[in-house]
Design a protein around this ligand. Structure first.
Ligand SMILES: O=C(O)CCC(=O)C(=O)O
Ligand SMILES: [Fe+2]
Length: 238
């Protein structure tokens, strides 16, 4: 069975008769306020190139589903993972799990994807990539932020998505304890939230104070029938 059969090519089923002629690839810049910003480029990579990379990553990456610790309990991570990093960087750790770092030379296609990111985001610098594979709609990533001293106070995180379209949610962190409205009541509800459907071959950049002030998630979507692969390029400060 060709691995393509495990992916669903929505765009091929519904070809766009008017491809964007401006070359902007429909870039959207979302100012989240207070120095946080998200940039979304739905058609960052051409569809065919994205399928080629997607199928390679699906087949060749040594995906693992590690045990992590959440709220004092051990559980299987609800998605598969792999981690690539430059040599000599500080170790990355999340939810009690420290992934083994593979070398970029092991998976040269990742260098090609990084080159495409650099072309679109001149001046950016990334030295690690965390890969996630969502095998079906029951795989997910819970609300979190990638706030870590390793990345500094205003990290840029470039997220490239392949395969099944899934929703990516961003929600403002609650104001710090003791932050009261002028009427003396704690602010509840109406939390600011943004939703993106991350397309096959898309790029989403989180920058500024987005990790400090916002959390993000990819919720379960039982109707999502096929594999999604996501790469988050990050820079560990040296
Ligand atoms: O899969 C995604 O779009 C996001 C992954 C993510 O947030 C992470 O790996 O920290
Ligand atoms: Fe994240």
């Amino acid at each position: 069975m060709s691995s393509r059969l495990r992916f669903v090519d929505i765009a091929a089923a519904n070809p766009n008769p008017n491809p964007n002629p401006s070359g902007s690839r429909d870039k959207q810049v979302i100012d989240l306020g207070n120095g946080s910003e998200v940039v979304y480029i739905p058609r960052f990579i051409s569809r065919d190139q994205a399928w080629e990379w997607c199928e390679y990553l699906d087949k060749e990456i040594p995906w693992t589903r590690p045990s992590i610790h959440v709220f004092g309990r051990s559980c299987l991570q609800p998605r598969e993972t792999c981690y690539i990093a430059d040599e000599g960087l500080a170790a990355m750790r999340y939810s009690g799990y420290q992934p083994n770092a593979y070398s970029w030379d092991d998976y040269p296609i990742l260098k090609d994807i990084l080159k495409a990111v650099y072309k679109t985001l001149p001046g950016s610098k990334f030295n690690t990539v965390l890969l996630n594979r969502y095998k079906s709609g029951s795989d997910y990533v819970a609300w979190h932020s990638d706030e870590d001293k390793l990345y500094g106070s205003t990290p840029e995180i470039a997220s490239v998505s392949f395969g099944c379209e899934r929703e990516f949610l961003l929600r403002k962190k609650p104001a710090s304890r003791g932050a009261h409205q002028s009427n003396g009541k704690q602010h509840k509800g109406n939390t600011e939230q943004h939703a993106f459907v991350l397309k096959h071959g898309s790029l989403l950049l989180m920058k500024g104070y987005t990790q400090r002030d916002w959390v993000h998630s990819v919720p379960k979507r039982m109707k999502a029938g096929s594999v999604r692969i996501n790469l988050t390029f990050r820079c560990i400060l040296t």
